[in-house]
Design a protein around this ligand. Structure first.
Ligand SMILES: NC(=O)C1=CN([C@@H]2O[C@H](COP(=O)(O)OP(=O)(O)OC[C@H]3O[C@@H](n4cnc5c(N)ncnc54)[C@H](O)[C@@H]3O)[C@@H](O)[C@H]2O)[C@H](O)CC1
Ligand SMILES: [K+]
Length: 483
C-alpha cells in the first residue's frame, strides 16, 4: 500500500523534541510517553532475543528514562536485568521517576560490569545528544562485544545527519518513536542502526502536526507517476532531447532508452557528428536520431525536456549548450559532463531543473562535501535553484525550498558504470511528462533503486549488476510505484 506523505515524514531530533513539548503542553503525560517508549523497546527486543543477562546502559536524560522502563518490563517477565547508570537523572524529571521505579540491581558503570552482559540496551543518549560522545560513555560502547539494542538511536549518532559525533556503536536493533529521523536513513547511520523499528507511542496527531516536516523518506506517496488516459497521444507525454558525444555514445543511449521506458512520448538522440548519428541509428528503432547541431532543435517548442551530460565532454561548449537550452526555457537535467564543466562555478547551473551529481561531481562544483550531506545538498539546491540529487547508496534529493527526500531502496550493486545515465534519463522522461522537478527527481531515484532491487531478486549478496539490467525492470518498477 502507498504510504501517506505524513508517514514518510522524517523529523530531526530538535523537531522531535518540539513535538514532545507540544504534546506535553497539549496535555499529554511525559511519564506515559516514556512508558510507551520503554514498552515498545521491550516488545521489539523480546520478539528477537531470548532471555539472557541484559545490561541497560542508562544516561542522565529521557533516553536513560526509557532505559529504566525497559529494565522494569523485562525483569517483570523474568529476564535477568541490571542497570548501569552513567549519571543519575535530574531530580524531579520524568527519567528520575522511571529510575525510582526500578528496584533491581544497579551496577557500577565499569568494563567489568559490561563484560558480564550477554545483551546491551543502549539508553545513554538520544535526541538530547549535545556534543561529541567521549569519556566513560564512549569507552563503554566501544567495548561492547554482544548484541546491542539502541533506544531511539545508537548513542553518539546524530539523528539529524546520520554521522557519529565522536563515536556511535553498531546496533543490531534500533527502536525509535513517533517518526524516523534522517539519521536512521543516511549513511553511516542507516548501517549503525541495524534493524529499525518505528514505534507509535501515542504522540497526539496535533502535536505531530505542529512541526512541518522538511525531510521525507523517498517512496511512492511522496510523488505520483503521470497518469495516462485514452485521450493522450505521444506529444502529450513530452519530448526528451539528449545530446550525445562520440567519446561515450553509450551513455546518451542508456539515458534515452530509460526516458522511453518511463513513458516519454518521444525521445531524440542528438548526435554531435554524423558518425555518432550512424551509430545511434543502429540502436532501438523507436528512438529518433538527429545529426544537426543540438541548438537547432531548440526551435521546436515541443522539445520540452533535455538531458545534458551523459557522455558529453566536460568542456566549455557543453556548458554553453546548457546555458542556451536553459535560456530557451526548457527543463534540463544536468549530469556528468555538464556538471564537471561547471566545476567551481555553481551559478552557471542556475535555471536547470535537476542536477544529478555523485559525491565527486558535487565536490567539483560546490566544494568539498561537508559531513552533513543533507545540509550540503540543500545548500546546493538553494544556490542553483535546481533540485539536487546527491547520488549514493542513500541518495539525497534536495529542493531549493528546503524540502528533501532520502532514498533507501538502492542496492550497493547500483554503483556501476552507466547507472547514472539511466537515472538522468528517468528524470528527463518524467520532467517531459510534466512532473514538477522535485517529484520527478524523487520518482526517478526510487524507480532506479526499485529496478535494481528487482533485477537482483533472489541473487546472493554481492551479485553484480550492469546498467542494462535495469531497463527490463522499469515496467515492474512502475507497477510497484502505482500499486
Ligand atoms: N517524543 C519522543 O520521541 C519521546 C522521546 N523520549 C526519549 O527522550 C529522549 C530525549 O531525551 P532528552 O532528555 O531530551 O535527551 P537525552 O536523554 O538524549 O540526553 C540529555 C542529557 O544528556 C546530556 N548529554 C548530551 N550529550 C552528551 C554527551 N555527548 N556526553 C555527555 N552528556 C551528554 C545532556 O546534557 C542531558 O543531560 C529521546 O531520544 C527518547 O529516547 C521519551 O522518553 C518519550 C517521548
Ligand atoms: K541511545
Amino acid at each position: 500500500m502507498t504510504p501517506s506523505p505524513s508517514a514518510l515524514a522524517l523529523l530531526t531530533p530538535d523537531e522531535m523534541a518540539a513535538v514532545d513539548r507540544a504534546a506535553i503542553a497539549g496535555g499529554a503525560s511525559g511519564p506515559a510517553l516514556m512508558r510507551a517508549a520503554g514498552a515498545a523497546v521491550a516488545r521489539a527486543l523480546r520478539k528477537r532475543f531470548r532471555p539472557c543477562r541484559t545490561l541497560i546502559l542508562a544516561g542522565p536524560g529521557n533516553n536513560g528514562g526509557d532505559g529504566y522502563v525497559v529494565a522494569r518490563l523485562l525483569e517483570r517477565e523474568g529476564w535477568p536485568v541490571s542497570v548501569a547508570a552513567l549519571a543519575p537523572p535530574r531530580p524531579g524529571s520524568d527519567a528520575a521517576m522511571a529510575a525510582a521505579e526500578w528496584r533491581g540491581p544497579v551496577l557500577p558503570f565499569t568494563p567489568e560490569t559490561l563484560a558480564r552482559a550477554q545483551l546491551v540496551v543502549d539508553a545513554l543518549f538520544g535526541a538530547g545528544l549535545s556534543r561529541e560522545l567521549d569519556g566513560p560513555a564512549a569507552a563503554a560502547l566501544r567495548a561492547v562485544r554482544v548484541p546491542l539494542v539502541a533506544v531511539d538511536v545508537p548513542s553518539g549518532l546524530d539523528g539529524a545527519t546520520g554521522e557519529p559525533r565522536g563515536f556511535a556503536p553498531q546496533a543490531a536493533l534500533t527502536v525509535t518513536f513517533g517518526r524516523l529521523k534522517p539519521g536512521h536513513l543516511l549513511l553511516p547511520g542507516r548501517e549503525l542502526c541495524g534493524e529499525v523499528v518505528l514505534a507509535d507511542i501515542g504522540l497526539p496527531e496535533a502535536a505531530l502536526a505542529s512541526v512541518a516536516p522538511r525531510a521525507f523518506r523517498n517512496a511512492p506517496g511522496l510523488w505520483r507517476l503521470p497518469e495516462r488516459g485514452a485521450q493522450h497521444h505521444k506529444f502529450s507525454h513530452g519530448h526528451v532531447t539528449i545530446p550525445g558525444g562520440a567519446a561515450m555514445p553509450g551513455a546518451a543511449r542508456l539515458a534515452a532508452m530509460s526516458a522511453r521506458r518511463i513513458g516519454a512520448g518521444l525521445v531524440t538522440l542528438a548526435a554531435e557528428d554524423t558518425a555518432t548519428a550512424t551509430l545511434f541509428r543502429q540502436g532501438e528503432p523507436g528512438l529518433l536520431v538527429s545529426a544537426p547541431p543540438p541548438e537547432d532543435l531548440l526551435a521546436d517548442e515541443r522539445r520540452s525536456a533535455w538531458v545534458l551530460g551523459p557522455g558529453l565532454p566536460p568542456r566549455p561548449e557543453t556548458l554553453a549548450l546548457l546555458r542556451r537550452v536553459v535560456e530557451a526555457g526548457r527543463h534540463v537535467v544536468a549530469d556528468g559532463g555538464a556538471l564537471t564543466a561547471a566545476a567551481g562555478q555553481p551559478h552557471t547551473l542556475q535555471g536547470a531543473a535537476i542536477l544529478t551529481p555523485h559525491a565527486g561531481e558535487f565536490a567539483k562544483v560546490f566544494g568539498a562535501l561537508r559531513r552533513d550531506r543533507l545540509a550540503a545538498a540543500r545548500m546546493a539546491a538553494a544556490v542553483t535553484g535546481a533540485v539536487v540529487v546527491l547520488k549514493g547508496s542513500d541518495s539525497i534529493i534536495a529542493a531549493p525550498d528546503g524540502r528533501a527526500a532520502i532514498n533507501n531502496n538502492a542496492p550497493p550493486a547500483l554503483a556501476t558504470a552507466g547507472s547514472g545515465d539511466v537515472l538522468a534519463g528517468l528524470a528527463g522522461g518524467l520532467l517531459a511528462q510534466n512532473l514538477p522537478p522535485f517529484e520527478a527527481a524523487c520518482a526517478a531515484a526510487w524507480l532506479h533503486g526499485q529496478a535494481a532491487t528487482l533485477a537482483l531478486a533472489g541473487a546472493a549478496p554481492g551479485t553484480p549488476l550492469v546498467a542494462e539490467d535495469l531497463l527490463p525492470q522499469l515496467r515492474a518498477a512502475w507497477i510497484a510505484a502505482t500499486r
